[in-house]
Ligand binder design. Structure first.
Ligand SMILES: C[S@@+](CC[C@H](N)C(=O)[O-])C[C@H]1O[C@@H](n2cnc3c(N)ncnc32)[C@H](O)[C@@H]1O
Length: 302
């Protein structure tokens, strides 16, 4: 069971009130815990069966029983992505549940689609936002607004932008779940690339900006977006609404972009806009092997 997280780490997570984390990571799949449920993500049926078998053994040795186990196939094409299916446990139970991360509640839903609602590899970046307590957070590609939740808990106002109205509704529910919903928190269901220039024209500024775009997307007008080619333009547009001392998160799941490439791009954008700043890599996650999970870089303007 060498690829599985040590029991000591499970106790550390429990002590800090976190019950959503990665249990095992392999080249052909991984297993994640979401409260009392587990999710197996696999590239082949054989890998899925092997991980399910080892999960049973790990759960017995760790004295951590799971109510349900879900499985999800990891396809090469986004168009072939499907919601997880239940492998074991009571199929009549509701598919949504609440999980905790450092005492903060997030709703996850195994029936909502391929992604359940919380990206575990952003845990340390969420903590960075909470600790830095921004006055005004701009959460681009907000999904279920987890970054807005932590900024709101730290007392900041937030603006969350996502193409998906449904994801933003889930974000609003996440704020309610943590008793921080108020008129300080705005949501815009539109293309980030259209909204950023509008915000700049209105003179809006933000001291923390989250840029965690998908690898590939298509806007409502059909225009294609590709992170390798378009991240630079996105950062340039974000700099137009950044305060002098803003913190900007650059994050991507694209395996062809690493932290070094993000820094080269950020240096170019700062030079082009005559801004000064330094760079800080994201904190390492104890449940993700080195090099796994999203690649992230914080740009700290000054
Ligand atoms: C990788 S997820 C972001 C995850 C989020 N940062 C988090 O940590 O929970 C990408 C999100 O971008 C949204 N999206 C894709 N293209 C977009 C666009 N052009 N403008 C706004 N949102 C977009 C998708 O709907 C999806 O919710």
């Amino acid at each position: 069971m060498t690829d599985w997280i040590p029991f000591g780490l499970v106790r550390d997570f429990a002590a800090e009130k976190t019950d959503a984390y990665r249990l095992c990571m392999r080249s052909d799949g991984w297993v994640e815990r979401y409260g009392a449920d587990a999710l197996i993500s696999y590239k082949t049926e054989t890998a899925g069966d092997q991980l399910a078998c080892e999960l049973g053994e790990w759960s017995r040795l760790a004295h951590e029983p799971f109510a349900r186990v879900f499985g999800r196939f990891l396809p090469r094409q986004n168009s072939e992505r499907h919601a997880p299916r239940i492998i074991s446990g009571d199929a009549r139970l509701p598919l949504d549940r609440t999980v905790l991360e450092r005492g903060v509640s997030y709703a996850v839903d195994f029936g909502a689609g391929y992604s359940v609602g919380l990206f575990l590899d952003q845990r340390e970046n969420r903590q960075f936002v909470r600790r830095s307590a921004p006055r005004r957070l701009l959460n681009c590609f907000a999904y279920t607004c987890s970054f807005s939740v932590v900024a709101a808990l730290a007392g900041g106002a937030t603006l969350s932008i996502d193409l998906s109205r449904k994801s933003l509704e889930r974000g609003r529910d996440n704020l309610l779940l943590n008793d921080v919903a108020s008129d300080q928190h705005r949501f815009i269901a539109d293309d980030v690339l259209r909204v950023l220039p509008r915000l700049a024209r209105k003179g809006e500024t933000f001291d923390c900006i989250i840029l965690d775009p998908p690898t590939f997307s298509r806007s409502r007008t059909g225009k294609a977006w590709q992170v390798e080619h378009d991240f630079e333009d996105l950062l340039l547009a974000a700099l137009e609404v950044a305060t002098r001392d803003a913190r900007i998160l650059l994050s991507t799941n694209c395996t062809r972009l690493d932290e070094r490439a993000l820094e080269v791009m950020a240096r170019y954008c700062l030079k082009a806009t005559r801004r000064a700043g330094k760079f800080q890599p994201a904190m390492r996650l104890p449940d993700f092997p080195h090099g796994e999970g999203a690649r992230s870089l914080w740009v700290l303007l000054r």
